[in-house]
Design a binder for this molecule. Structure first.
Ligand code: FAD
Ligand code: UDP
Length: 385
C-alpha cells in the first residue's frame, strides 16, 4: 500500500492529524507507533480489579479554548469532574494552589487576616502571582509570606520533581501553580474541564476508527523509514517518500542526536490497590516535603467509577536514560531551549516533514495545547497544499 501521509506516534499530536487527514481530506494515512497501544501518554486501561487507571500518570482534561473542547467532544462524552489538589504541609491537608484558604489554615488567625489584607491591597483580589514574582515584592511582611510559601510548597517539591532549584528552571514551570488571591480551591480555573466518560483510550479509538487510517503498533519508525541527512530525503520501504511525514517523537532522536542529546526528566509510577472504597479525600494529594514521591492520585475520584476497591498512583521522579526510560518532561532551561532551537532550524530543511507535539517541539505542553497546535498545523501546512 502506498501512503501519501505517514504519522509517527499515536498520541494526541499524531492522532489529531491522522483523524483530520482521514475524515476531512478523505486520504489514506499510516500511523507508526513504537508502543503496543495508541494514545501516547494518555493511554488508560482497566486494571485487574476493573478500575480504570492511567498507565503514564494522571491526566485531567482542561482548556480555555472552545474550539479545542468542541473538536475533542466529537469523540467522547464527558464525566463532569473538577480537579482539587491538597498539599500535605505541617501535618495538615491544605488547598493547592496556595490561596487565601491555605493561608488561613496554616497561619494563626490574626496573622493570616493581616497578610490577606496586605495581599489584596498590593495585588487585588482574584489575581494569580507566580511564587518567583511574589518573592520580589518590596513589602517586608509579604516577603516573609512569600518565603514561607516558597519553602513549604515549592522548594522541596521542585527539588524532587526536577532535581534542581526553582530558580534554575524557566519561571513558567512554577508559574503553572501560582499563588492565588482567592478562595477558589480548584486546581484549574479553565472554563472547560472534565474526563472522557469512557476513558482516553476509547476516545482515541473513536478518533482513529476511519478505514482510511492504518496503524502499525510496536514498530519504531526507523525500522521502516530511512533518512538521508545529507540529501535531506526520506525513504519509505526503500523508495523516496514524496508525501507528508508528521513526526511526534523526540526531535533529537529524529536527527540521531547530531547536535547532542536534549535532556528530559522521567518518572516511575507505583500503582497500589486498596481494599476500601476511597483512599483519600480528593483526586490528588501533593507531598512537597515528605516521601520520595511527589503526589498520590486516586483514579476513582477522577473518573467517578464505582468499585469496592480503589487504585492509587504514586509518582517518583527519576533521571532520564534514553535507552530505558520514557521522556516524560522536557526540561525548560535556557541552554536546552537553545539546543532545541538548533534542531528546529535543521527541521526547516525538510519541507515535507512536520514536527508536532510535546516531544517534537520540546515544550511542556498540556493536552489541549497539543490538540490546538495539531489542528493549526493540519490547517496551515497539510490541508492547504
Ligand atoms: P505523546 O503522548 O508522548 O505521544 C508521542 C508518541 O510517539 C508516543 O506514543 C511514542 O511512543 C511515539 N513515538 C516516539 N518515538 C517513536 C518512534 N521512534 N517510532 C514510533 N513511535 C514513536 N496534560 C494535561 O492537559 N492534563 C494533565 O493532567 C496532564 N497530566 C500529565 C501527567 C504526566 C505524568 C505527564 C508526563 C504528562 C501530563 N500531561 C497532562 C501532558 C500530556 O501527557 C501531553 O500533553 C500529551 O500526551 C502530549 O501528546 P503528544 O502526542 O505530543 O506526545
Ligand atoms: N509545584 C510545586 N509544588 C506543588 C505543585 C507544583 O513546587 O505542590 C511546582 C513544581 O516545580 C512542578 C510545577 O510547579 O513541577 C508544575 O506543577 P504541575 O502540577 O503543573 O505539574 P505536572 O502536573 O505537569 O507534573
Amino acid at each position: 500500500m502506498i501512503f501519501d501521509y505517514v504519522v509517527i506516534g499515536a498520541g494526541f499530536a499524531g492522532s489529531v492529524i491522522a483523524e483530520r487527514i482521514a475524515n476531512t481530506l478523505n486520504k489514506k494515512v499510516l500511523i507508526i507507533e513504537k508502543r503496543n497501544h495508541i494514545g501516547g501518554n494518555c493511554f488508560d486501561y482497566y486494571d485487574k480489579n476493573g478500575i480504570l487507571v492511567h498507565k503514564y500518570g494522571p491526566h485531567i482534561f482542561h482548556t480555555q479554548m472552545k474550539h479545542v473542547w468542541n473538536y475533542i467532544s466529537q469523540f467522547t462524552e464527558w464525566y463532569t469532574y473538577t480537579h482539587y489538589v491538597l498539599g500535605y504541609i505541617d501535618n495538615k491537608y491544605v488547598p493547592i494552589p496556595f490561596n487565601l484558604n491555605t493561608l488561613e489554615q496554616l497561619l494563626p488567625k490574626e496573622k493570616a487576616d493581616y497578610l490577606k489584607e496586605k495581599l489584596i491591597q498590593n495585588f487585588s483580589e482574584n489575581v494569580k502571582i507566580p511564587i518567583l514574582e511574589l518573592r520580589k515584592t518590596d513589602d517586608k511582611d509579604l516577603q516573609v509570606l512569600a518565603d514561607f510559601i516558597y519553602q513549604k510548597v515549592f522548594l522541596n517539591y521542585t527539588r524532587k520533581q526536577w532535581g534542581m532549584e526553582p530558580e534554575e528552571l524557566d519561571s513558567s514551570v512554577t508559574a503553572r501553580v501560582p499563588v492565588y488571591i482567592s478562595r477558589d480551591n480548584r486546581y484549574f480555573q479553565d472554563k472547560y474541564q472534565g474526563m472522557p466518560k469512557n476513558g482516553y483510550t476509547n476516545l482515541f479509538e473513536r478518533m482513529l476508527s476511519n478505514k482510511n487510517i492504518e496503524i502499525m503498533l510496536e514498530t519504531d519508525f526507523k525500522d521502516i523509514i530511512k533518512i538521508n541527512y545529507d540529501k535531506k530525503k526520506i525513504y519509505f520501504n526503500k523508495n523516496e517518500f514524496k508525501g507528508k511525514l508528521i513526526y511526534t517523537g523526540e526531535i533529537d532522536a529524529f536527527f540521531e542526536y547530531k547536535f547532542g542529546k536534549l535532556p528530559y526528566r522521567s518518572l516511575k509510577f507505583n500503582f497500589e490497590t486498596k481494599n476500601k472504597d476511597y483512599f483519600q479525600e480528593v483526586g490528588t494529594i501533593n507531598y512537597p516535603n515528605d516521601y520520595k514521591f511527589t503526589r498520590i492520585t486516586e483514579f476513582k475520584h477522577l473518573t467517578g467509577q464505582k468499585n469496592v476497591k480503589t487504585t492509587i498512583i504514586k509518582e517518583y521522579p527519576q533521571k532520564y536514560n534514553k535507552d530505558k526510560d520514557i521522556p516524560y518532561y522536557p526540561i525548560p532551561q535556557r541552554e536546552n531551549l537553545e539546543l532545541y532551537e538548533k534542531y528546529r532550524k535543521e527541521a526547516e530543511n525538510y519541507k515535507n516533514v512536520f514536527f508536532v507535539g510535546r516531544l517534537a517541539e520540546y515544550q511542556y505542553y498540556n493536552m489541549d495545547i497539543v490538540i490546538d497546535k495539531s489542528l493549526q498545523i493540519f490547517k496551515e501546512k497539510i490541508a492547504n497544499e
